[in-house]
Design a protein around this ligand. Structure first.
Ligand SMILES: NC(=O)c1ccc[n+]([C@@H]2O[C@H](COP(=O)([O-])OP(=O)(O)OC[C@H]3O[C@@H](n4cnc5c(N)ncnc54)[C@H](O)[C@@H]3O)[C@@H](O)[C@H]2O)c1
Length: 402
C-alpha cells in the first residue's frame, strides 16, 4: 500500500451512501492516526446513482462495474453494499485483485455461498470483514460493558424486536429484498442485526425453536424504474410472487443458559425503523431503542427499593465511542445510525492501516462471524419449516460473543 489509502464503495443505494459518507468522516473522529484517505470511486450499475453519490460525498469518480474498481491499483479498500445475492461474486473478484473488503450483512443469500466466502477470507492476504454495524451503537456497547463488569451480571432473558414498515404498502415495488427462499426476507434483512446483537450480549445461540414466518403480501408490482433501499417508485400492472418472509419470529437458547424471543417485520405499520430490545440479567435490566439511540434505560436491583425504578441514562463522553467520536462530544448532543457506519469505517481503516488492536476501535466482525449469523437464520428457517421444532445451531465458527 502507498502512504495513503484509496477507497471505493460498490453500491450507491441506501446503505452504500452511508458507507460513502462514513469513509469521508472516518478520519474526522478520534485522534489523527490514520494515513490520508483518498475517496476514489463509487461503483453502481446505475450510472446516475453512482455519479450523484460520487459528487455528493466527494469521490474522484464513479464506475459502472465492480471490475473497474478491482482493476484500479490506486484503490486499496472496498465496501460491497449491493443485494445479498451479489456479494459472493464481487467479494471473490475483489479479494483476487488484492483489495481489503468490507462486505455488508448478511454475507450472502445462501449459507453455502457464505461458507465459501469465509473460507476465502481465512486464506486472504488482505483484511476481509463483514459489517455488523449495530455492534458500534454506543448504548449497546455500554450495556455489554455493564454485563461484563458485573453491574448487570449474566443475562437470563433477551427480548428483542426489529419492526419496520417498508413493505407495508402492497403497492411497494418488487425488489431483490422480496426474492429468495424463506428466511431471506425480513429475517435476513433486519433479523440478522437482531440475532448478532442478542449474541453480543448473551453469548452464542446454540438452538432455536418456535420459528414462524408469515408472507402477508403474496405478490408485488414490478417497478417501472430503479428501486433504491425502501423507497417507493412508479410500478406497472404486472406482478411477481413474493417468496420470502414479511414477518418472522423465533425463540433462542443461548449456550450461557439464557433464553431469548426475537421478532422482526417489514410490514409493521407505524414502525419505520424500530429496533428495540430489553435484556434481563442477574442484577438488573437494560433497554435500548433505536428511536432514542442516545440513551439507554437501566434498572439495577442494588438501588434502594423505595426509590428504585427504570432510569434513563443519557449517553455522552463517559460511554463507548463518544469521547472524540463526535465533533462536539458533550453529553446529550445526540447521534444516530449514520454515526455507527463512521465508527465501523474507522475500525476497518485502522486494521487496514496496521494500527494495533489495543490502540484501535474493536475490530470489525469476521466472515466466520457472518457465517455463524447465517447459520442462526438457516436454523430459524428449518424450525419454521418443521412447525416450530427445536433446531440446533452449529457453533464451530461461533465467535460472535467475543
Ligand atoms: N448495516 C446496515 O444497517 C444496512 C442497512 C441497509 C442495508 N444493508 C445491506 O446493504 C446491502 C445493500 O442494501 P441497500 O438497501 O443499500 O440496497 P439498495 O437496493 O438500496 O442499493 C443497491 C444498489 O446496488 C446497485 N447495484 C445493483 N447491481 C449492482 C452491481 N452488479 N454492481 C454495482 N452496483 C449494483 C443498485 O443500482 C443500487 O443502487 C445489503 O446487503 C443490505 O442487507 C445494511
Amino acid at each position: 500500500m502507498t502512504d495513503s489509502i484509496g477507497v471505493a464503495v460498490i453500491g450507491a443505494g441506501m446503505a452504500g451512501r452511508a458507507h460513502a459518507a462514513a469513509y469521508r468522516a472516518a478520519s474526522t473522529v478520534f485522534a489523527s492516526t490514520l494515513p490520508p484517505i483518498r475517496l476514489v470511486s463509487v461503483g453502481d450499475v446505475s450510472e446516475e446513482f453512482g455519479r450523484l453519490a460520487a459528487e455528493r460525498f466527494g469521490y474522484e469518480r464513479n464506475d459502472t462495474s465492480w471490475q473497474a474498481i478491482a482493476a484500479d491499483p490506486g484503490i486499496h479498500v472496498v465496501s460491497v453494499v449491493v443485494a445479498n445475492s451479489l456479494h459472493r461474486e464481487i467479494v471473490e473478484g475483489l479479494v483476487a485483485a488484492g483489495k481489503h473488503v468490507l462486505c455488508e450483512k448478511p454475507l450472502s443469500d445462501s449459507l453455502e455461498d457464505a461458507e465459501a466466502m469465509a473460507e476465502l477470507a481465512r486464506g486472504a492476504a488482505t483484511v476481509v470483514r463483514v459489517g455488523h454495524t449495530y455492534l458500534r451503537a454506543p448504548g449497546i456497547a455500554f450495556i455489554r460493558s455493564l454485563i461484563d463488569d458485573g453491574t448487570l451480571g449474566a443475562p437470563r432473558h433477551f427480548s428483542g424486536a426489529y419492526m419496520t414498515d417498508y413493505a407495508s404498502n402492497p403497492r411497494a415495488a418488487m425488489s431483490w429484498r422480496f426474492r429468495g427462499t424463506p428466511g431471506t426476507g425480513a429475517l435476513a434483512d433486519v433479523g440478522s442485526h437482531l440475532a448478532y446483537i442478542s449474541e453480543f450480549l448473551c453469548g452464542v445461540i446454540e438452538s432455536v425453536s418456535g420459528g414462524r414466518f408469515v408472507t402477508a403480501i403474496a405478490e408485488r408490482p414490478l417497478p417501472l424504474g430503479a428501486v433504491i433501499g425502501h423507497g417507493s417508485t412508479a410500478v406497472s400492472d404486472e406482478t411477481e410472487a413474493v417468496t420470502n418472509d414479511d414477518f418472522a419470529t423465533f425463540n433462542a437458547s443461548f449456550a450461557s443458559g439464557a433464553a431469548g424471543n426475537l421478532s422482526v417485520s417489514r410490514i409493521a405499520h407505524g414502525h419505520a425503523n424500530s429496533l428495540s430490545f430489553e435484556v434481563f440479567c442477574e442484577r438488573g435490566s437494560a433497554r435500548w431503542d433505536q428511536n432514542r439511540p442516545s440513551e439507554i434505560r437501566l434498572f439495577l436491583t442494588d438501588d434502594r427499593a423505595s426509590t428504585n425504578g427504570y432510569r434513563t441514562v443519557t449517553l455522552g463522553p463517559a460511554h463507548p465511542y463518544l469521547a472524540g467520536g463526535l465533533a462536539m462530544d458533550a453529553p446529550a448532543v445526540g447521534f444516530g445510525q449514520n454515526d455507527l457506519f463512521v465508527y465501523q469505517a474507522r475500525a476497518f481503516l485502522e486494521e487496514v492501516a496496521g494500527i494495533p488492536e489495543e490502540e484501535s476501535l474493536p475490530r470489525v466482525a469476521s466472515f466466520d462471524d457472518g457465517v455463524h449469523n447465517m447459520t442462526v437464520i438457516r436454523a430459524v428457517a428449518e424450525s419454521a419449516a418443521a412447525d416450530g421444532a427445536a433446531i440446533a445451531v452449529p457453533t464451530a465458527l461461533a465467535v460472535a460473543a467475543d
